[in-house]
Design a binder for this molecule. Structure first.
Ligand SMILES: *[C@@H]1O[C@H](CO)[C@@H](O)[C@H](O)[C@H]1NC(C)=O
Ligand SMILES: *[C@@H]1O[C@H](CO)[C@@H](O)[C@H](O)[C@H]1NC(C)=O
Ligand SMILES: *[C@@H]1O[C@H](CO)[C@@H](O)[C@H](O)[C@H]1NC(C)=O
Ligand SMILES: *[C@@H]1O[C@H](CO)[C@@H](O)[C@H](O)[C@H]1NC(C)=O
Ligand SMILES: *[C@@H]1O[C@H](CO)[C@@H](O)[C@H](O)[C@H]1NC(C)=O
Length: 322
């Protein structure tokens, strides 16, 4: 497969793996339009990559992240993901290597408007599958809208819906691993995102590199840093959509390509986790000597995560940390 070029124009063929839907806010309050795009196979990106700014608002300042756990999540699953969200805005005690989740997230502050500080807000458990085991976008919107913590005086909020491995979601695996969008709840503009657990439905698409990819070069899977292919895969998708959500919350922030099929802060760097990445190879990452797990950042409670590169607007490159 491709790789190469000179130093100025390296063609990057980012492998498969993830695709995302952007929900474009409609002019009609309380409706959401979903526009799906599919990048199952490959994506050729010239370097330097430029995400254009489209004059809209970004999410900045203090943002509360409310989480709706839909279906069967164990306390261990939940603690991995909550630790990840908390790590995004937790200043590490030591700045020695390895790099921190905090340093990964700090790149979002280089987009206009300064930093975005995330705090975990209310968590809602929904172990009885209140809307069934087969959901569409209307259902996701409804779940996001019924979360606790809608008080507009509390400022910006992101409403996250996470679905367990046994929940089918329209477009999941076929065209997307996660979604973000915006809409209105009781006349307040809210940002919404969804990520599904791909463990049984499509680990090769939405949990690569912890599972053999469906397409492309067949490299051996990496050991997931929290020991769970599905949940560690969800962290990659969550990282991708949360970075997209704060830098392009309303469809008029930073992206390249069309408004209905944008490439955003992290989705533009799909498949890149470290220096020297090429299709099917994550690039250089760290390996835990004891568990053999691959990671590139640490967060709260000593948790290790493997996070994708994020586009840096100052250097116009996909920034890798190790
Ligand atoms: C942003 O605003 C400027 C000045 O109003 C305008 O010239 C430009 O076309 C706008 N860009 C986009 C992407 O909307
Ligand atoms: C964010 O919250 C902290 C305290 O939790 C406060 O000191 C700070 O001023 C807030 N920042 C903004 C931009 O509101
Ligand atoms: C989602 O499914 C429900 C029925 O379960 C249906 O009423 C609704 O129109 C569907 N929404 C979309 C956007 O397909
Ligand atoms: C959590 O939900 C409760 C009840 O709806 C609400 O009073 C509180 O403000 C919410 N917390 C946050 C951080 O929004
Ligand atoms: C892991 O092993 C390598 C090579 O044996 C060694 O250089 C490194 O210090 C070890 N790291 C830890 C954290 O033990």
């Amino acid at each position: 497969m491709i790789i190469g070029g000179d130093h100025r124009l390296v063609l990057r063929l980012a492998l498969v793996v993830a695709s995302f839907v952007v929900l474009v806010q409609s002019h009609v309050p309380n409706t959401w339009e979903a526009t799906t795009f599919n990048r199952m196979l490959a994506l050729v990106q010239p370097d330097p990559i430029v995400l254009k700014y489209h004059n809209g608002s970004l999410l900045k300042g203090n943002v509360t992240v409310h989480v709706h756990w839909y279906g069967n999540f164990t306390p261990t699953h939940r603690s991995v993901i909550v630790d990840f969200i908390q790590s995004l805005s937790s200043i590490p005690h030591s700045h020695h290597s390895p790099p921190s989740v905090f340093s990964w997230w700090r790149t979002t502050a280089r987009y206009r408007g300064g930093p975005c500080t995330l705090t975990v807000g209310n968590q809602t458990l929904d172990p009885t599958y209140s809307l069934g085991k087969s959901l569409n976008t209307s259902h996701l919107r409804a779940l996001a809208s019924t979360q606790k913590g809608q008080n507009p005086t509390k400022g910006n909020a992101i409403h996250v819906v996470l679905t367990s491995a046994d929940v089918a979601v329209e477009g999941f695996c076929m065209s997307r691993c996660g979604t973000h969008g915006s809409g209105r709840v009781r006349n307040n503009r809210v940002v919404f995102l969804w990520v599904g657990n791909p463990a049984t439905q499509c680990p090769g698409e939405c949990a690569w590199p912890f599972h053999q990819p469906v397409y492309g070069p067949q490299t051996p899977p990496l050991v997931p840093p929290n020991g769970d292919v599905g949940v560690d895969g969800m962290v990659i998708s969550l990282a991708t959509v949360v970075a997209g959500a704060v830098t392009n919350p309303f469809g008029n922030g930073y992206y390249q390509g069309s408004v209905i099929a944008p490439l955003e802060a992290v989705s533009t760097c799909t498949g890149i986790f470290g220096k020297g990445a090429y299709p099917g190879y994550t690039g250089d990452v760290l390996v835990d000597n004891v568990t053999g797990a691959s990671y590139n950042v640490v967060g709260v409670h000593g948790r290790k995560f493997l996070l994708p590169a994020m586009w840096d607007p100052v250097t116009s490159t996909c920034k890798t940390l190790v």
